[in-house]
Design a protein around this ligand. Structure first.
Ligand code: NI
Length: 157
């Protein structure tokens, strides 16, 4: 297990299109575990492989209910709307207001390439949208309403 370097806004790999994972290899399993370690170390709720410089369709998420690993995820259903604060480990110290669906259903494969579906509401739905956007080279900063602002770390919300 290792902590990988998180690429930041301006790094062109973040705008690259991630490729489908066609088979699970030891190397890819190690990547997934490193992504989880890197996300937890940075205290994020989600991380896409492109954020650690690997253009593969892999996302890890933990909104507080345990780790979720999504290989080749696709949004197959969404409804409702939520408007709220969003941030990204690739844009440290910043946040902005983004409108997303309030409910999202995702079809993906797990670490053993077994297909499953998972639903999320609220923050989890937001994380699914944000992370899957990364796989298509899209950053939340392009969706922000009213500009980015600084996040004061160390201050209670
Ligand atoms: Ni992000």
């Amino acid at each position: 297990m290792a902590i990988r370097k998180i690429r930041e806004l301006g790094d062109e790999i973040l705008t690259g299109k991630c490729k489908e994972v066609t088979r699970m290899t030891l190397r890819t399993k190690i990547l997934i575990h490193d992504m989880l370690d890197t996300m937890y170390e940075a205290m994020g709720v989600g991380l896409a492989a492109s954020q650690v410089g690997i253009l593969k369709r892999i996302v890890v998420i933990d909104v507080g209910d345990g780790p979720i690993v999504l290989v080749n995820p696709e949004i197959i259903e969404s409804s409702g709307e939520q408007t709220g604060e969003e941030g990204c480990l690739s844009v440290p110290g910043k946040a902005g207001t983004v409108t997303r669906p309030n409910y999202v259903k995702v079809r993906a494969q797990d670490e053993d390439m077994k297909e499953f579906e998972i639903e999320g509401e609220g923050l989890l739905a937001r994380a699914f949208c944000h992370e899957i956007d990364h796989l298509d080279g899209k950053m939340y900063v392009d969706l922000v309403e009213g500009g980015l602002h600084d996040v004061n770390s160390g201050e209670d919300e």
